[in-house]
Design a protein around this ligand. Structure first.
Ligand SMILES: [Zn+2]
Ligand SMILES: [Zn+2]
Length: 65
């Protein structure tokens, strides 16, 4: 069961929380927990990180750079 779950996570790449595009594993994006609630994992691809595009936490609504 646990093996199946981890395989599924590998197959589905994370989406950038700012622009919604797929983050490629080789891309130097940022992955971190929401600084406000800490319960949601935020993904930011390299483009949005460099451009400072805002992201919104889907759980608490926190907007951050
Ligand atoms: Zn992005
Ligand atoms: Zn949050």
């Amino acid at each position: 069961m646990s093996m199946r779950l981890s395989l599924r996570e590998e197959v589905e790449p994370p989406l950038c929380s700012s622009c919604g595009k797929i983050m490629h594993p080789r891309e130097k994006g940022a992955i971190f927990n929401c600084p406000n609630c800490g319960e949601v994992t935020i993904y930011r691809d390299m483009y949005c990180r460099l451009q400072g595009v805002e992201y919104v936490c889907p759980k608490c609504g926190f907007v951050g750079p």
